[in-house]
Design a protein around this ligand. Sequence first.
Ligand SMILES: C[SH](C)CC(=O)O
Length: 267
Amino acid sequence: GAPASVGESVNYKIVGIDPGAGLMKATTKAIDTYGLEKWNLVEGSGAAMTAALKKAYDKKEPIIVTGWTPHWMFSKFDLKYLEDPKGVYGEAENIHTIARNGLKEEHPNAYKILDQFHWTSEDMGTVMSMIEDGAAPDKAAAKWVEEHDDLVKKWTNGAGKGNGEKLTIAYVAWASEIASTNVIAKVLKDMGFDVTLRQVEAGPMWAGVADGSVDAHVAGWLPITHADYVSKFKGKFEDLGTNLEGTKLGLVVPKYMDITSIEDLKE
Ligand SMILES: C[SH](C)CC(=O)O
């Protein structure tokens, strides 16, 4: 019969990640905005999405995933973002460091280090790739910190020692945040803080900072991606500004697929 449409070739499925991610909300909006009524967004996790991507890619099979930059998948696989002519996924965004109210007064040295934490997509990509290549996240972070003493010294500049002060940092198991969270945790530990990392979903990550059970997270995708969490917890956190600039979200496919736009999914 006629060659399968792209929808038929992937059973009208977009392979997503954890439901709390802003990327999932944006993709649900894209399905509606582009009139993709036959399509379904499959919930899962970052790891399940990359596993499905690898499985399809290795067999040169069609697949559409929710993707973001920075991510190691762009260096591992030959991928492209589908054009988003209706601008559902917005423009380039940034990642912010978010602290609980009171952190500055109670842990001024930790606050200063978190406030000064700032690196590039390339830096994050290096750590992400080490982890993807099999390094334990804390070992990859330690190696990167050791090799970037000049930059790390800017983060700790003017901050005193932690003297065993306890800090809890939450994160979601997105490849990007596994990398950044382990790096900042290593720097804080080297400065003498007793750091606990707590892996949670996106909602509980923001809620933890708001209720004070979490001291900070370095996973605030703003201004649009986490806008819902910002409005939900308005006044109950302090935004310390960006720790990384120039992120991107969207639908991602292997370059061997001959579609170029989200519009191409509509038959
Ligand atoms: C999956 S991106 C790292 C962040 C988000 O979509 O909430």
